[in-house]
Design a binder for this molecule. Structure first.
Ligand SMILES: Cc1cc2nc3c(=O)[nH]c(=O)nc-3n(C[C@H](O)[C@H](O)[C@H](O)COP(=O)(O)OP(=O)(O)OC[C@H]3O[C@@H](n4cnc5c(N)ncnc54)[C@H](O)[C@@H]3O)c2cc1C
Ligand code: FES
Length: 368
């Protein structure tokens, strides 16, 4: 299949301004591994960006005259880091993940959208809980922020991290993880798993299949289900295996939270039909304005709005990140992909405009 260079709504250069956009100055670029860099941004002068651990920034860059945007989880913690940082790992043939390390320089300014995302938790010094994390590759980024926040903000809580990588040189934040283990001894424990381990490797090696996961699960301290929460972020295959393991241990779904970086292909049925045969008008309320958007049968609501020059929020365009989330106040919307929304969000009427199609003529969506 031909490699498609731009996603459908990657448009000619636009200047985004307003309260949802920031121009961030690159303070430092850190080479984490051979294929991952951390970009540290200065907080903007006079307008500090507030965010929650686990949220992401949407980076917007111009490549060959076209706007490209992608989500990158903040690996910094709002409690202990003065700056904002994201870590980008190269994806083979990926547009943005290769453009960034090949092109950005310290001192350069990058446009970003405000922090977004629901893969977050509130911190409370009185809380006593155990967070069990499963991360793979670049999936460590939101975990890094959450780990730093929980260890610094909740003295009685503990974190167990199972972190999988291809080989020893691919481990992002290896030294930092070691340092935190020493600093927070007894409260933070990392189990590394490598696909290809060197001869003297002390940790686990091999595929993260059910047997391996079961073995690792038995090593994690048991604080009881009431006090334990499970987080996962990594390749789709890893997350499926972890879900199977947690199901086998009868862990209730509301105790399990997952962040997906890439649209899944496992278990995907054939291409789902989109919308119905009729073009419909959708009303969108955003930032105190009301827009009428005409949506063609095969187009999404977001795509139609962008084509009509309406600057709505979005990032992944695949129904994963929730940057485009809105609440349907009336009418029916069909979603091609529901992964990004929890059951309760769906029940409350939330929709994702990047994968949403109107099924009725009275759809009104409020964003923000
Ligand atoms: C909420 C959220 C947070 C994210 N946080 C981070 C982060 O902290 N660090 C980070 O490096 N990435 C993160 N990502 C992924 C990031 O947004 C991009 O998708 C990734 O950098 C690839 O973009 P690209 O333009 O290089 O690839 P594209 O040109 O968009 O894609 C090229 C090909 O690679 C595949 N692909 C895309 N992403 C991946 C992937 N992660 N693994 C394997 N194949 C992939 C695509 O399906 C496509 O076939 C996050 C994504 C989401 C939705
Ligand atoms: S833009 Fe990411 S879910 Fe719609």
């Amino acid at each position: 299949m031909a490699f498609s260079f731009f996603k459908k709504s990657e448009k000619k250069e636009e200047t985004h301004s307003g309260p949802h956009y920031y121009d961030l100055k690159v303070k430092t670029i850190i080479n984490e591994t051979k294929d991952a860099i951390t970009i540290v941004f200065d907080q903007p002068a006079g307008k500090k960006i507030n965010y929650k651990s686990g949220q992401f920034l949407t980076l917007i860059v111009n490549v060959q005259g076209k706007e490209v945007r992608r989500a990158y989880s903040l690996c910094s913690s709002p409690f202990i880091d003065n700056d904002l940082a994201v870590t980008v790992k190269r994806v083979e043939q990926g547009l943005m993940s290769n453009w960034l390390p090949d092109n950005i320089k310290e001192g350069q300014t990058i446009k970003v959208m405000e922090p977004m995302g629901q893969f977050t938790t509130e911190f409370d010094a009185k809380r006593k809980r155990h967070i069990v994390m499963f991360a793979g590759g670049s999936g460590i980024t939101p975990m890094s922020s959450i780990i730093k926040s929980i260890l610094s903000q909740e003295p009685d809580s503990m974190v167990s991290l199972i972190y999988c990588n291809r080989d020893i040189d691919s481990i992002i934040f290896r030294d930092e993880l070691d340092k935190w283990q020493t600093k927070y001894e007894g409260r933070f424990h990392v189990i590394h798993v490598l696909d290809n381990a060197p001869m003297n490797w002390q940790g686990y090696s091999g595929l993260l299949n059910h047997e391996m996961l079961q073995k690792l699960f038995e090593r994690i301290p048991d604080w009881g289900i009431e006090k334990t929460t499970y987080l996962m972020c990594g390749p789709e295959g890893m997350m499926k295996n972890v879900e199977t393991l947690l199901d086998a241990h009868k862990i209730p779904k509301e105790k399990v939270f997952k962040e997906s970086f890439v649209q899944g292909i496992l278990d995907k049925k054939e291409e789902k039909p989109t919308g119905d045969a009729k073009s419909r008008e959708v009303t969108i309320r955003y930032d105190g304005q009301e827009y009428k958007v005409s949506v063609e049968p095969t187009a999404t609501i977001l795509q139609s709005a962008l084509d009509q020059g309406i600057d709505l929020p979005y990032s992944c365009q695949s129904g994963l990140c929730t940057a485009c989330r809105g609440k349907a106040l009336s009418g029916q919307v069909k979603l091609d992909e529901e992964e990004g929304l929890s059951q309760s969000e769906r029940a409350e009427g939330y929709v994702l405009t990047c994968v949403g199609h109107p099924l009725t003529d009275d759809v009104v969506i409020e964003i923000g």
